[in-house]
Design a protein around this ligand. Sequence first.
Ligand code: AMP
Ligand code: ZN
Length: 500
Amino acid sequence: MNSENKLCVYNTITRKKELFEPINPPFVGMYVCGPTVYGDAHLGNCRTFVSYDLMYRYLLHLGYRVRYVRNITDVGHLVNDADEGDDKIAKKARMEKLEPMEIVQRYTLGFRDVMQKFNTLPPSIEPTATGHILEQIEMTQKLIDNGYAYSVNGSVYFDVIKYNQKFQYGKLSGRVIEELIKTERDLDGQEEKKNTIDFALWKLAKPEHIMRWTSPWGKGFPGWHLECSVMSTKYLGSPFDIHGGGMDLKFPHHECEIAQNVGAEGSEPVKYWLHTNMLTVGGQRMGKSLGNYISPDQLFTGDHKMLSKSYSPMTVRFFMLQTHYASTLDFSDEALKASEKGFRKILNGLKTIKELSYQEKQDIFDEALNKDIEQLSSLCYEGMNDDFNSPKLIANLFNLLKYINSFHNKVLNIGALKPENFILLKTTFITFVENILGLKEEKNNNPNMLDDVLKTLLDTYSEAKNRKDYATVDLIRKEIKKQGILIKDTKEGVEWSYEE
Ligand code: AMP
Ligand code: ZN
């Protein structure tokens, strides 16, 4: 375990910053509500998953053995939060005349691809709701047996009022049950429920509902909240350490999850609830249904009316990490441009520190300089220990970068550093940038880069030939042949082909 470990996290349920003390160290269980795979992930979704990737990476860095579970919602998420209407996936499948599982497959692969572009580490387990129908039926039965759920006409609902007599419904989101009862609208199809605030554990499938399974209550499908209660505790035990998701999931999703787990097992499922804040556009939450949706691909190609140019995945990742996960982050072209500049500075810093050579010069050791490097390095940890405060970390990395550049430009003599502090500077900068912020060079992300470089080389070759500079001509020929490429002089000009 790293000795610097004094990580504090803001716990939504206690509304306090708390020292992070895992239930069973060095193991840490972390569950994050994953995507509902009925469409492409938008940038808002990506922000949430990049935030948890930062946490995952830092916990690993601190030496914890993290089991990171991020589910795929492939059934049960209805268009309407009040347990009525179509299943989002089934609706999309009908519109496109495809099997629901074709929709699931397409958008799951798309999601993984985008997550990889953002350099997020894959979760340890990526369970699906449809893969855990039996366990969901079991939990529903347990809730009926414990008296917290009732079945009506083939559907099963959670009895919130009954639960609230013994436990507290609303403690995570701070909602008061009396207020909820007053404000909850009576929607069509709700008459089966004892109370409008009750929520579905299992729904009877109407004839047009194509995703359905056999259950003790008839053919139906699970409610959306149930899958996370089941899959989190199945893989992480109860209680487990961290449960995450976007702020918009606090209510009703996470509130219902707590009620289900407590109702079934009698104890709280989660020690630390962590919620990420929203990515906004002009102050409004980015959402699929709100029409202010920007996809990662639109950013990577620049093909969107709000963008003046394209931005690389790592620039966008850096843009996200420049704001603390619990603050809102407003999207704009200007902000991205500024992030691109900042990110390039960091990249140049990486290159410089990797190439910087060090020679000890004991006669010029500078105490103040050495202290500063030590302090800035520990401030990087302090930033991250302060509830994964990446902007604080980045500010300190920029301070370290000033030193790196001063050593490189010989404004400061690197020999004035003690050898251990040169190593500290180098490892701190590289580790925090690459391993914790998860930033990397993107040579391979520009698919045209090789073509562009080859074209420049061939142009230089032609120019040299016109000048009758045969030494350069031969040099280019020889060097490029090493890469398996042959240059051919034709009447039309210069061509290249692969060496056979
Ligand atoms: P969904 O696929 O809509 O269920 O959302 C997947 C995850 O993205 C959830 O954790 C949401 O809370 C989160 N999310 C949705 N919209 C945004 C947004 N605008 N900013 C940040 N996170 C979001
Ligand atoms: Zn969930």
